[in-house]
Design a protein around this ligand. Structure first.
Ligand SMILES: Nc1ncnc2c1ncn2[C@@H]1O[C@H](COP(=O)(O)OP(=O)(O)OP(=O)(O)O)[C@@H](O)[C@H]1O
Ligand SMILES: [Mg+2]
Length: 251
């Protein structure tokens, strides 16, 4: 279980980016974080794997506080937290399967990682994961030859080969067309259940958040203003969250 308690962060003095954010997610659940630009969504996500240091609060992964980790504990925790990026963060000139295998780097010595030494078992698992995201036939293709939607599916396979407890997705579909967006969201939901992991995604696409996420957290000016099952997201709440009527988004 992932529990965030009273998370607080200011980048500049007297300008809080996050104030007292608390929420929790159980394995097998997909949580979407929504809210206007600058609300603090990325700050939350980056705090969850300590890419940025927050100021106060607790981030408990199965009861253990990531914020009080020493270096080696943090390395272990980061292996348990996969990342999926808006811009995929793939090595374009490498093949699809090589990119998936990069998800194993957190488990390797620098040298083994540098020489790309992976076991047969790891390669087999990479192929199985590519099969799950519908890209088995693309394993030996260079990533530069893929569409955006396909690249994001490689990114998802790369995060899963880490054997994560949590995957964090910062706007995973912001660069995709509507059809690929649905494919990626559907996959995230399905794999979250299949692997019994926690998926937390920042999204601007409210209709897709409502369709695919189990739960939605709404952030406004660094404060949590909504934390409910996604079916509870109403027009009134969206108006409060975004300061305007965006009811069309829900259609
Ligand atoms: N490195 C930084 N230094 C100073 N201020 C920052 C930094 N990163 C973010 N902020 C500020 O913190 C606040 C929250 O930013 P954040 O990137 O978390 O928002 P967001 O909800 O992810 O927005 P978007 O939807 O545009 O991605 C904003 O006011 C932003 O200007
Ligand atoms: Mg952001």
């Amino acid at each position: 279980m992932l529990e965030v308690k009273h998370l607080t962060k200011s980048y500049q003095k007297d300008k809080p980016a996050l104030t007292d954010i608390s929420f929790s997610v159980e394995p097998g659940n997909f949580l979407a974080i929504i809210g206007p630009s600058g609300a603090g969504k990325t700050t939350i996500l980056r705090s969850l794997n300590q890419l940025i240091k927050d100021d106060d609060g607790q981030i408990l992964l199965d009861g253990s506080d990531i914020r009080s980790d020493n270096k080696s504990q943090l390395r272990k925790h980061r292996r348990q937290i996969g990342m999926v990026f808006q811009n995929y963060n793939l090595v374009e000139r490498l093949t699809v399967i090589e990119n998936v295998l990069h998800g194993r780097l957190g488990y390797k010595s620098t040298l083994a990682g540098m020489f790309g030494i992976y076991s047969e078992e790891e390669k087999k698992e990479a192929l199985e994961l590519l099969d799950k995201v519908g890209l088995k036939d693309f394993a030996l293709q260079r990533c530069s030859e893929l569409s955006g939607g396909q690249k994001q599916r490689v990114g998802i396979a790369r995060s899963l080969i880490q054997h994560p407890k949590v995957i964090l997705c910062d706007e995973p579909i912001a660069s995709l067309d509507p059809a690929s967006s649905h494919t990626v969201m559907h996959l995230l939901k399905q794999l979250t259940i299949e692997f019994n992991i926690i998926c937390v995604a920042n999204l601007h696409q409210i209709n897709l958040a409502k369709k695919y996420a189990d739960r939605i957290v709404g952030i406004r000016q660094g404060k949590l203003v909504f934390d409910e099952e996604s079916s509870m997201l109403s027009e009134e709440i969206l108006e409060t969250l975004y300061d305007q009527s965006i009811s069309k988004e829900l259609e």
